[in-house]
Design a binder for this molecule. Structure first.
Ligand code: PLP
Length: 410
């Protein structure tokens, strides 16, 4: 059902060798995924064959570029079951969150209003809310965490009230792998009239997400974690909210009419797309959506569940390993530490074997602090990873263990 050999052959980078001829074992897709040839080729075609700005040129190249750019928007919309006009192209998930915090937040937050977050947020879903809270006098609150790294949603009735104006929650944690019960959080938020944003950076690339079924108000993700290029991200927002929000940035073709003293703006989504967008990346994203759809999001999820369960059991055999996060209902990321070895040292030793993992705080400093460690190493899986990759990681981690027990014995 899932032909990983064929999938691997779709990704040119996976054919290369590293560190003196070692097979590349790429286990850092939660940071950014690799790109299939079809995506690379689509971007190359744009620059070779129809490079022109969008929504401007009244000539055939301009029409072709605009058509391809807007077709990508349609594909993305269908992918998450949204209407096309509800998809705004941004640079990445971070920019999409900043857009909402800044535009919706400035228009709506008053002193004493509450914004509900969680301690497992990526910095990109924390700092924009800190900034807007500082500017408006709104207060930040957090759904507490309980072992082994899940949200204590029993606390929701005490945490959400009429004061709660906004809730912003990660769908799937990039450090713990926890998949949060966002349906419950959305319905609690709506019961008190609060708006809710879902940070789907680690969910949209990995399993099927349906914004209509979820009934979330906003949802964000980045293209580069789902086989698309860097420099393109998406914001989904409900029509009535986007319509009422002021533009985030001004300039370019986001206008309807410009006078010297004031301007009027285009309808959504273009109202929020100031300046020349990342056209080639948007086109690449549309092709990435085609690619993932051809594999099937259900199949992708099943593949990742199988691989993650396999990794959890194989890595358990490595001496002194501590793995974080729940064992069930989790995405394909495993953060860990080995004895007293610093995650950066672990990563450097793995690199000698051609294995790429993330090491540090994964842009989740408060969460890593909650874990009580200075840093973690993180292996993350995607469509092109195999059990052989997991075995290679486990074998290399045994070497790490040997190096460190040797160092300790000296
Ligand atoms: C859960 C989560 N949210 C937000 C982001 C930010 O994504 P970007 O850097 O593409 O804006 C990331 C990236 O690692 C993430 O994992």
């Amino acid at each position: 059902m899932f032909n990983t050999e064929k999938i691997i052959s779709d990704f040119p980078i996976l054919q290369r060798k590293v560190n003196g001829g070692k097979r590349l074992v790429y286990l850092d897709s939660a940071a950014t995924s690799q790109k299939p040839l079809s995506v690379i080729k689509a971007m190359d075609d744009y620059y070779r064959l129809y490079n022109a700005n969008v929504h401007r040129g009244v000539y055939s190249l301009g029409y072709e570029a605009t058509e391809a750019y807007e077709l990508s928007r349609k594909k993305v919309a269908k992918f998450i079951n949204a209407q096309t006009e509800n998809i705004i192209f941004t640079r990445n998930a971070s920019e999409a969150i900043n857009l909402v915090a800044s535009s919706w937040g400035r228009a709506n937050f008053r002193s004493g209003d509450e914004i509900l977050l969680t301690p497992m947020e990526h910095h990109s879903n924390l700092i924009p809310w800190q900034l807007i809270a500082q500017q408006t006098g709104a207060k930040l609150k957090f759904i507490p965490l309980i072992e082994p790294g899940i949200l204590d949603i029993e606390q929701l009735p005490q945490l959400i009230s009429e004061k709660t104006k906004f809730v912003s929650v990660v769908h799937s944690s990039n450090t713990l792998g926890t998949i949060n019960p966002i349906e419950k959080i959305i319905s609690h938020a709506h019961a008190y009239g609060a708006k809710i944003l879902i940070d789907a950076s680690q969910s949209v690339p990995h399993f099927s997400v349906d914004v209509q079924k979820l009934d979330c108000d906003f949802l964000v993700f980045s293209g580069h974690k789902m086989c698309a290029p860097t420099g393109i991200g998406c914001l989904f927002g409900k029509t009535e909210l986007l319509d009422a929000m002021p533009p985030y940035m001004g300039g370019g073709e986001m206008i309807s009419e410009v006078q010297l003293e004031f301007s009027s703006y285009r309808e959504i989504p273009w109202k929020f797309e100031a300046g020349t967008p990342n056209i080639s990346a948007a086109i690449g994203l549309g092709v990435a959506v085609d690619y993932l759809s051809s594999l099937g999001m259900y199949n992708i999820r099943q593949h990742e569940i199988e691989l993650t369960n396999y990794a959890l059991s194989v890595l358990q055999e490595v001496d002194e390993i501590e793995m974080y996060g729940p064992t069930e209902n989790r995405g394909g990321v495993i953060s860990f530490n080995i004895g007293d070895a610093h995650a950066h040292d672990v990563s450097t030793i793995l690199d000698e074997d051609g294995i790429c993992v993330r090491a540090g705080h994964n842009c989740t400093q408060p969460l890593v602090r909650w874990l009580g460690v200075p840093a973690v190493a993180r292996a993350s899986f995607y469509v092109y990873n195999t059990k052989e990759d997991v075995d290679a990681l486990a074998a290399s981690l045994k070497k790490v263990q040997e190096v460190f027990s040797f160092a300790a014995a000296k």
